[in-house]
Write a protein that binds this ligand. Structure first.
Ligand SMILES: Cc1ncc(C[n+]2csc(CCOP(=O)(O)OP(=O)(O)O)c2C)c(N)n1
Length: 327
């Protein structure tokens, strides 16, 4: 999809929406309002936005355990997403999914996944469904570089490639797998090179540069929609927060994090790109940030005001459980 001024403004806004949502979610976790674990996406915004800016509403995405950004970039509503993190009845999954299973089926956001590489199978499955239905929908599977070490990755990509499915595999290589650096547990530096084993195109892009991500994914999505099969895109990125709450971050220095924040921040990089083209004035930038900040405040208020799900809801929408209880 061509990068117009209008689309760029939306993408810039979406990057801020993710950044501010995540920072606020972290604050709310500290206040005890977020239930369960929280894996934050700050620093990686250009990947979700660069990918989803190429997708139609009816295209599918599957996420990872770090997926709020994917959902917001695909169009999920901030209020209901925040309510989901709070475990409230108005959450996108009625409060039953939480951060690690946030989803919105009305937007074909099939969900985050607490199991590393767990989304690759269902994501490839939706691509198979689209092919059978001849619907020309595309599926995107987001996964981390840690997921590329799991068998599910091999199985899913083999199936996608063998059956020529309309799927784009997007590896968010942030250089870490929980509390270890990639180079200490992986033999191959670039996940993109693994594409050759499956006979599909593989490309590695700067995941801090939303334009690079957008362009690479645009080509992969077009290819998939034309019926020419899957692609693997590796976006080299970095996460600013620890893996999850309680991470002592002994595997990296503060200087390293500061260096990425200062010199390779995806929002700053994109702002410079837009200013160069005169696509963004200082005033517009301020307005975008003010409006986004207000949207986040509203989302928190919505989540706070939403009810805790009633006990009678415990077994609704839970496949099998009711059957087990009756049996
Ligand atoms: C099957 C499985 N093994 C281990 C874990 C524990 N775990 C959660 S996240 C994670 C690291 C994942 O790294 P990566 O896929 O690179 O994603 P990132 O956290 O860097 O975004 C691990 C090992 C898990 N959730 N599922």
């Amino acid at each position: 999809m061509a990068l117009t001024e209008e689309l760029a403004k939306k993408m810039y806004t979406d990057m801020w929406r993710i950044r501010m949502f995540e920072e606020e979610a972290n604050r709310q976790l500290g206040l005890g309002n977020v239930v369960g674990a929280l894996h934050l996406y700050c620093g990686e915004e250009a990947v979700a936005v660069g990918v989803c800016s190429n997708l139609r509403d009816d295209d599918y995405i599957v996420g990872t355990h770090r997926s709020h950004g994917h959902c917001l970039a695909k169009g999920a509503d901030m209020e209901h997403t925040m309510a989901e993190l709070f475990g409230k009845a108005d959450g996108t999954c009625s409060g039953k999914g939480g951060s690690m299973h946030v989803a919105d089926l009305s937007l074909n956001i099939l969900g985050a996944n607490g199991i590393v590489a767990g989304g690759l199978g269902p994501g490839t499955g939706t691509a198979l469904a689209s092919k059978i239905r001849k619907s020309d929908q595309v599926s995107v599977c987001f996964f981390g570089d840690g997921a590329a070490a799991r068998g599910t990755f091999h199985e899913a990509i083999t199936m996608g490639a063998l059956w020529n499915l309309p799927v784009v595999y997007v590896c968010e290589n942030n250089g870490f797998q929980q509390w270890v650096r990639r180079e200490t547990v992986a033999v191959v530096d670039s996940v993109a090179t693994m594409a050759g084993s499956y006979g599909i195109p593989g490309v590695s892009v700067d995941g801090q540069n939303v334009v690079e991500v957008h362009e690479a994914v645009s080509e992969a999505v077009d290819r998939a929609r034309r019926g020419e099969g899957p692609s693997l895109i590796e976006a080299r990125t970095y996460r600013y927060f620890g893996h999850s709450p309680g991470d002592l971050e002994e595997y990296r220095t503060r200087d390293e994090v500061e260096d990425w924040r200062t010199n390779r921040d995806p929002i700053n990089t994109f702002r410079a790109y837009m200013e160069e083209r005169q696509w963004l004035t200082e005033r517009e930038d301020e307005e975008i940030q003010e409006a986004t900040s207000a949207e986040v405040t509203k989302a928190v208020k919505f989540a706070e005001d939403s009810a805790v799900p009633g006990i009678e809801e415990a077994l609704t929408d839970v496949v099998d459980t009711a059957w087990r209880v009756e049996a």
